[in-house]
Design a binder for this molecule. Structure first.
Ligand SMILES: *[C@@H]1O[C@H](CO)[C@@H](O)[C@H](O)[C@H]1NC(C)=O
Ligand SMILES: *[C@@H]1O[C@H](CO)[C@@H](O)[C@H](O)[C@H]1NC(C)=O
Ligand SMILES: *[C@@H]1O[C@H](CO)[C@@H](O)[C@H](O)[C@H]1NC(C)=O
Ligand SMILES: *[C@@H]1O[C@H](CO)[C@@H](O)[C@H](O)[C@H]1NC(C)=O
Ligand SMILES: *[C@@H]1O[C@H](CO)[C@@H](O)[C@H](O)[C@H]1NC(C)=O
Ligand SMILES: *[C@@H]1O[C@H](CO)[C@@H](O)[C@H](O)[C@H]1NC(C)=O
Ligand SMILES: *[C@@H]1O[C@H](CO)[C@@H](O)[C@H](O)[C@H]1NC(C)=O
Ligand SMILES: *[C@@H]1O[C@H](CO)[C@@H](O)[C@H](O)[C@H]1NC(C)=O
Ligand SMILES: *[C@@H]1O[C@H](CO)[C@@H](O)[C@H](O)[C@H]1NC(C)=O
Ligand SMILES: *[C@@H]1O[C@H](CO)[C@@H](O)[C@H](O)[C@H]1NC(C)=O
Length: 875
């Protein structure tokens, strides 16, 4: 081909292209004449008008383009009418205007995973929708409706749904349907429904008064994570002969599994996990030949494990756990040749042999959490190659089993608490190097780690007998827990050795409770990713350079209980530090005053810090835990202390990640967790003098306050009554005086209380739980009187009153006992209170709130009953 023919050739192509292009333009032009139906477009615009759109998703919804070209909108290429609207996952807020239902040919509507907070039903025609109005749609086109995961959306009216008579697939999961008692009635009017998902809807009633549930074609029913707390409803077993998937997990369901389950002949997947089902695991379940997925974990089944389940030849996933089951797993389980995932937990026990695994050729995940022991030939070659092995709490030891070395595709291995003490070091570390996640904790494995190089991403090896120096870590290692072993030598061996050119990925390192020596290494360059470092309870002993270059971008460091020293520590270069524990060391000089603003917990207890408490502590907006106890601090408590911090409710917290550190507070182990709103101030055992600044009694978020063993004077402000979160209060061994303010009886969460050895005067206020504490809480105040100080009542002063009313003893007794009762329950509530405020809990908190309140109510009632009985019998 020469140049000219080439030109010719290309020009031919361009002509062709031009023709094609114009054809397309024409085509498009033709389409647009009838494409965007005016009614469809105006319905969409009304909808848009009510939506808040923070990321400007609707920018393409302009008049310049016709609506079939709008983002998220699709039209039929035949009729040009809107058929599909998918606006899922776009951070949309505001109101869903049901004008959308006027789009006659809409078959697919997906608004899931947004933040809509209302569905407007303002139009009265929609509310009473007994007869569909002509002005609105015929409603019969919509087949797919997905409104799930709009967590602020509450539906009080489902009537409009019952008119969507072509609906095949309805998903309202994670929408609040709390107020719906008749939800089933509405859904049952949708004759073509194939899939119904109402998971996490806070539904309460699984057995509403419907005589007939006629979902003739329903195939999938997902009612998981609601609040039913009842027996399995009978309608379920007549629901539809085509049903293949039922998910009723996490519903608090009770009672036995009825035999009517056998009616559902096409059932492939049945999830009943995380309920309170009782009775035996039925023998007849073995007849359910089509079952592929059967999950019965976390229930209250009793009796033994039926061997008939070995007949469920289609099973691919199978799980059972209950703490009332007894006996061994039958051999027949080894016949489930399709099984890919087996999960057995709870109180089963016994010896597992090769027969239990004989035909499990397809097994990928083996989770056995009961106290099984194993009788396997040392040369046994299993029929499977597993991805996941979890045998924690079984009796595997004392030697790491040979057959585990045959598994070459392992991704996760958990053999914690399984009695292993010896390993074949040559093969063991090679096996582990290729596994991504490893848990070996709570065994007695003896091995020298000096020459080991770890390579897994996630490694938990705490509580073993590992000795020698710290291992090396490859650049894959992200999370490493080696705590509670006998490792020695310097920490720099692990942190500062460079393997390969890439930077260390290590993010979490726990080497606490070992025998490590040396100092804090100075190789921050090598471990930029390190965010959480725990070296507490070791024997680190060097002088720490006044400015540490480790963890510059870290979040938490625990050096508690070592022998570290250093004068005038600088911590200002830890830019994002949230938690620092230097307790029980030999640090001296003044308390560091340049503290990163991000700090949430600062613990300097048990060192040799001296001088005043720096006023800079007042400007830490996130601080909620300050422990300066057992130092040599003097002067007065700065009057601004912790003002404008989280503790007076003013600060805000930025959560970075979940982390936790153990703390010892009044001899109890308390876990400080990212996101846990627990305020503590401990300045005890110092030489502090002067008055307690009155602002301190305004820190309403404080849950522990310890100022004991100082030289403080003055009174307790009556504002203390506003510190309603207080659980621990210790002001003992000071020179405080005046009366105990009666408002202190408002502190209903108090579980530990000490005012002893001061100069308090007058009567101990009555009420609340103040009398429920031991008299030790008040001793050493010679001028204090009243219960529980039994040796001394206030009768000298109130003699005349006693003469007036002789029945007073009874009523005093009554309030005394009720005081104890409420105090006891309140202490307990305090525990729950802080638990509930933990972040993990909060997420599920609202879902369970109602039940917890019910439960607490019962608890309180029982307790009070007990006290009444006690009182009656003591008469
Ligand atoms: C309409 O689109 C569908 C799917 O893209 C296609 O299968 C069908 O042939 C098209 N019909 C016409 C008339 O273009
Ligand atoms: C709706 O959209 C979400 C998120 O994009 C998707 O996961 C879901 O499958 C869609 N729903 C239906 C019914 O297709
Ligand atoms: C939708 O919005 C229009 C106008 O903003 C309003 O008149 C109508 O009542 C709303 N539709 C519904 C179903 O609430
Ligand atoms: C709704 O439309 C369908 C077909 O589009 C029609 O068969 C049905 O009769 C209509 N129903 C009403 C109540 O208008
Ligand atoms: C809602 O349920 C449908 C039908 O089961 C499913 O296809 C869809 O993925 C679900 N939506 C989301 C957001 O999970
Ligand atoms: C359920 O609905 C189908 C179709 O709508 C109907 O044929 C059948 O008779 C109904 N069954 C009962 C028991 O009402
Ligand atoms: C059963 O459900 C639980 C959650 O409740 C899950 O952790 C487990 O993996 C499931 N097991 C099987 C075999 O499906
Ligand atoms: C570690 O390796 C070094 C050098 O190869 C060797 O001298 C030492 O004995 C090994 N230590 C252990 C505990 O195996
Ligand atoms: C574990 O180490 C401790 C202390 O070094 C020792 O007393 C114990 O015998 C060891 N246990 C085993 C099983 O090796
Ligand atoms: C403490 O709070 C009370 C009531 O909110 C307020 O009147 C008082 O001024 C505050 N005291 C101090 C010292 O901030």
């Amino acid at each position: 081909m020469n140049e000219s023919t080439m030109d010719c050739y290309t020009s031919k192509i361009s002509v062709l292209l031009l023709l094609l292009l114009s054809a397309m333009v024409l085509h498009k032009g033709k389409c647009s004449t009838h494409s965007c139906n005016g009614k469809d477009q105006s319905a969409l615009l009304i909808f848009k008008h009510h939506v808040i759109d923070p990321f400007n998703y609707f920018s393409s919804w302009s008049d310049e383009k016709h609506c079939c070209a709008w983002k998220g909108v699709w039209c039929s290429n035949v009729t040009g009418r809107v058929t599909t609207l998918d606006l899922s996952n776009q951070y949309l807020e505001g109101e869903i205007n049901l004008s959308l239902l006027q789009i006659e040919f809409l078959t697919y509507l997906n608004l899931s995973c947004n933040r809509f907070s209302a569905i407007s039903l303002r139009n009265s025609e929609y509310q009473s929708l007994a007869i569909p109005s002509n002005a609105y749609a015929n409603f019969s086109s919509l087949k797919y409706l997905d409104l799930s995961f709009n967590e602020d959306l509450q539906l009080d009216n489902l009537q409009w749904l019952s008119h969507l008579s072509s609906l095949k697939c309805l998903n309202l999961s994670a929408i609040n349907l709390q107020s719906q008692t008749n939800w089933l009635q509405t859904m049952a009017m949708l004759p073509f429904l194939l899939e119904l998902r109402l998971s996490m809807c806070r539904l309460k009633n699984i057995n509403p008064s419907v005589m007939f549930v006629n979902f003739t074609s329903l195939a999938t029913l997902d009612l998981s994570q609601n609040n039913f707390y009842s027996d399995l409803p009978y309608w379920l077993f007549n629901v539809s002969s085509d049903i293949s998937h039922i998910d009723l997990s996490s519903n608090g369901l009770r009672g036995q599994i009825p035999k009517a389950l056998l009616n559902l002949r096409k059932l492939k997947s049945l999830r009943l996990d995380d309920n309170a089902l009782t009775g035996p695991i039925p023998d007849w379940l073995g007849k359910h030949q089509h079952l592929q997925n059967l999950n019965l974990t976390e229930n209250l089944f009793n009796g033994s494990f039926p061997s008939s389940l070995g007949n469920l030849s289609s099973l691919t996933q199978f799980g059972v756990s209950s703490d009332s089951l007894s006996g061994n797993l039958p051999n027949s389980i080894g016949q489930l040749f399709n099984l890919r995932s087996l999960y057995i937990g709870g109180s089963l026990s016994g010896v597992l042999s090769e027969k239990h695994f004989s035909k499990l050729f397809n097994l990928e995940s083996l989770v056995l959490l009961s106290a099984f022991s194993f009788d396997l030939d040392p040369n046994w070659i299993p029929p499977f190659q597993l991805r996941e092995i979890d045998l924690r709490n079984t009796i595997l030891g004392p030697t790491f089993p040979e057959w585990l070395y045959t598994q070459r595709t392992l991704e996760t291995l958990d053999v914690s608490s399984s009695g292993i003490s010896s390993i074949n070091a040559d093969r063991f570390w090679v096996l582990l190097a290729n596994v991504r996640s490893i848990r070996l904790s709570k065994n007695k494995i003896s091995a020298d780690l000096s020459n080991v190089t770890l390579n897994s991403e996630y490694i938990i090896m705490n509580n073993n007998n590992f000795t020698g120096g710290l291992p090396l870590v490859s650049t894959n290692v992200f999370y490493l827990d080696l705590s509670y072993n006998f490792l020695s030598g310097p920490i720099s061996h692990l942190l500062c050795s460079k393997l390969g050119r890439e930077m260390n990925a290590l993010y979490y390192l726990d080497v606490s409770h070992n025998l490590l020596t040396g100092g804090i290494p100075d190789c921050g360059e090598n471990c930029r990713a390190l965010a959480l470092l725990k070296i507490n309870n070791n024997k680190l002993g060097d002088e720490t350079p006044s400015s540490m270059d480790l963890l510059n971008e870290g979040i938490g460091m625990d050096l508690n209980n070592n022998n570290l020293s250093g004068n005038s520590l600088e911590i200002s270069n830890f830019k994002s530090l949230e938690y620092l524990n230097l307790a029980e060391n030999k640090f001296s000089g003044v308390v560091p005053s340049k503290i990163p603003k991000s700090i949430q917990g600062l613990i300097l207890r048990g060192n040799e810090f001296s001088g005043n408490i720096p006023a800079e502590l007042c400007s830490l907006p996130s601080l909620r835990l300050l422990d300066l106890s057992q130092n040599k601090l003097s002067g007065s408590i700065p009057s601004c202390i912790l003002n404008n911090s989280l503790l007076d409710g003013a600060g805000t917290i930025e959560y970075h990640l979940e982390f936790s550190f153990e703390l010892f507070l009044r001899g109890r182990e308390v876990v400080f967790q990212g996101g846990w709103v627990l305020g503590m101030l401990d300045l005890s055992t110092n030489n502090l003098s002067g008055e307690i600044p009155p602002q301190l009694f305004n820190l309403t978020q404080l849950s522990a306050l310890n100022l004991s063993r100082n030289h403080l004077v003055g009174k307790i402000s009556s504002n203390i009554g506003g510190m309603t979160n207080l659980e621990w209060l210790d002001l003992s061994n000071n020179h405080l005086s005046g009366e105990i303010p009666s408002s202190i009886s408002n502190l209903s969460f108090l579980s530990s209380f000490n005012l002893s050895y001061n100069h308090f005067t007058g009567e101990i206020p009555l009420g609340g739980q103040l009398q429920s504490f031991d008299s030790w809480s008040y001793v050493g105040n010679p001028e204090l009187c009243g219960p529980p100080l039994l040796t001394k009542n206030c009768s000298e002063e109130v003699n005349h009153e006693e003469a007036q009313q002789d029945g007073s003893n009874d009523s005093l007794n009554e309030s005394f006992y009720i005081g104890i009762g409420v105090g006891y329950v309140a202490g307990f509530c305090g525990f729950w209170h802080s638990l509930l405020l933990s972040r993990a809990w909060r997420r599920i908190y609202f879902q369970f709130l109602d039940n917890i309140i019910d439960w607490l109510y019962v608890f309180v009632a029982l307790k009070l009953n007990k006290f009444c009985e006690l009182r009656a019998s003591s008469r």
